[in-house]
Design a protein around this ligand. Structure first.
Ligand SMILES: [Zn+2]
Length: 261
């Protein structure tokens, strides 16, 4: 009897407990469904930002050759691959103009010069296929005077955000390369890939292969990773600023006004 009494007195408690468990299980499943819906909506509302990465040169075109024999085309490709991996890992969609040591000219084109023209046309087609992207072209510099060193950013005024992107990136390279006080440089009416490219675009010369220290650094896989991270962090800073800019003004408007002065 005593046991029955105890059981009876526990029944409401057990029912309450059962109800609580049922209610919280229900609530959890409703929450999970809501979370899924929110994630789906966010995914629909915000497509991934596309970054088009161009490793300069390739194949028969080696670009410049470092004083230690390293080819520019190899340095460019290595940096672009490291950068692409970082961007992909952090939720960006990456499009490459090349991922191997090749020229991307059309089949059947004869002659190095014609192949180079076709290669550049095909690169431009890729860039223009992604009008909402940011375009980054990676190169290495050279000069007759071996004292010149350090990365330098080249931009056009085709997109009003370019100047800001160039300055941010130049600042990041100054952190990587102590003593690099280079200024960003305008290349309107210049380079084929940039002349008609309207999305944000930047040509990055990471250093001088004609300078002994830059050449030694850029020949090392470890340093190339640092360069890739430098570019990645510059892009992150650029996109953070774009979000703030959108709240107040059109993208890059303030900066392009600064430039006009
Ligand atoms: Zn180059």
């Amino acid at each position: 009897m005593a046991n029955i009494k105890i059981l009876k007195s526990k029944i409401p408690f057990i029912i309450t407990l059962f109800c609580c468990v049922t209610v919280s299980a229900l609530a959890a499943s409703v929450r999970a469904a809501e979370d899924r819906k929110a994630a789906e909506t966010a995914a629909k509302a915000e497509p991934k930002q596309v970054i088009v990465l161009d490793a300069g040169h390739g194949g028969l075109d080696s670009g410049c050759v470092a004083i230690n024999g390293t080819y520019e085309k190899d340095v460019n490709l290595d940096i672009v691959k490291d950068l692409g991996a970082l961007l992909t890992l952090n939720g960006y969609e990456v499009v490459y103009t090349r991922t191997d040591d090749v020229s991307i000219h059309d089949d059947g084109i004869e002659g190095v010069r014609n192949q180079k023209v076709s290669d550049m046309e095909n690169r431009l087609k890729i860039v223009q296929s992604y009008p909402d992207s940011v375009f980054i072209s990676v190169h290495q510099n050279q000069f007759t005077d071996s004292a010149y060193f350090g990365g330098q950013m080249f931009y056009t005024t085709k997109n009003s955000a370019n100047f800001r992107l160039a300055r941010i990136m130049q600042g990041r390279f100054a952190q990587l390369q102590p003593g690099n006080d280079r200024e960003v440089k305008l290349i309107d009416n210049g380079l084929y890939l940039f002349k008609n490219t309207e999305q944000p675009a930047l040509l990055i010369e990471c250093g001088f292969l004609s300078n002994p220290e830059d050449a030694a650094n850029l020949s090392s896989a470890e340093y190339r990773k640092k360069v890739a991270f430098t570019i990645y962090s510059g892009l992150s800073e650029f996109f953070d600023g774009e979000v703030k800019n959108k709240e107040n003004t059109k993208i890059g408007e303030t900066e392009s006004l600064l430039y006009m002065q």
